[in-house]
Design a protein around this ligand. Structure first.
Ligand code: ZN
Length: 47
């Protein structure tokens, strides 16, 4: 079964989606993506 994870599903306004053949594969991608794409754009309280 193809699993998928999308940033909007997690409340992120990113639009990225990752898919994999297993929960583990999706999880690995879903964990690596924010580190690369979201880390530099850390949200601050003052915006
Ligand atoms: Zn994202």
């Amino acid at each position: 079964m193809i699993k998928s994870f999308a940033c909007p599903d997690a409340g992120l306004s990113c639009g990225a989606r990752v898919t994999g053949a297993s929960d583990r594969e999706v999880l690995e991608k879903a964990v690596g993506h924010p580190r690369e794409k979201h880390a530099p754009r850390t949200r601050t309280a003052t915006g």
